[in-house]
Design a protein around this ligand. Structure first.
Ligand SMILES: [Zn+2]
Length: 209
């Protein structure tokens, strides 16, 4: 099915009672609903990034409006990296694109897997902290993972965790657009922000008789 507006691109977004739109026409439509003359996000759609081994990763970039929120997505071509960032129509376009590019570079640069070549082939282990993307899988117990752009099965992840037997896995599940945990960072428990108290505490000495 072709887009109702341009009639050229395939329609990817179907809005009941409104129409069928390709991503660009959807974005133009949403931008005008947000009071803009046109969608201000213009940027090269194809980006290549090297990792720390000098290997190239090729990404196709896109953005999509969700009301006034923008979801940025970079999908690796011939690879499994998928990087997501979020922004908003109120934020300058250049700032969002720069942050998105930074996240792509950080994602391929920071490693969660340690790969060593041995006489018996590649030996892959998990670093003691990092980032693991969770995916649906139809043939692997319903779940599979992508770590450092590499597909990992539940069984493989289990084997890697087995080398930490006797230790504890502390974890935090986060939305994909949240910042990644970098190699030089660590997860530290922080108390969640609390609502301010309704009444300030009375000082004890004021109450004394
Ligand atoms: Zn279109």
């Amino acid at each position: 099915m072709k887009c109702d507006v341009c009639g050229k691109e395939p329609a990817l977004i179907h809005i009941e009672g409104v129409g069928n739109f390709c991503l660009d026409c959807h974005n133009e439509r949403m931008a005008s609903m947000c009071g803009l003359d046109h969608d201000p996000f213009k940027y090269p759609r194809d980006v290549a990034v090297t990792d720390k081994d000098g290997e190239w990763h090729y990404f196709h970039l896109s953005h999509m409006y969700f009301g006034s929120m923008i979801r940025w997505q970079a999908v690796e071509q011939r690879g499994s990296y998928e990087i997501v960032e979020r922004g908003s129509v109120e934020e300058p376009a250049a700032l969002q694109i720069a942050r998105f590019h930074r996240k792509i570079v950080d994602s391929v640069w920071n490693r969660t897997l340690s790969v060593t070549e041995t006489a018996w082939g590649e030996q892959i282990s998990l670093e003691d902290h990092g980032n693991i993307d969770i995916h649906y899988s139809s043939d692997d117990n319903g779940v599979s993972f992508v770590i450092d752009g590499r597909p990992v099965s539940l069984e493989e992840l289990g084997k890697m965790l087995a080398s930490y037997e006797g230790w504890t896995l502390q974890y935090q599940i986060r939305e994909k657009s949240e910042p990644i945990v970098k190699e030089e960072e660590e997860l530290v428990p922080v108390r969640k922000s609390q609502a301010p108290e309704a009444f300030p505490e009375q000082k004890n000495d004021e109450q004394s008789i």
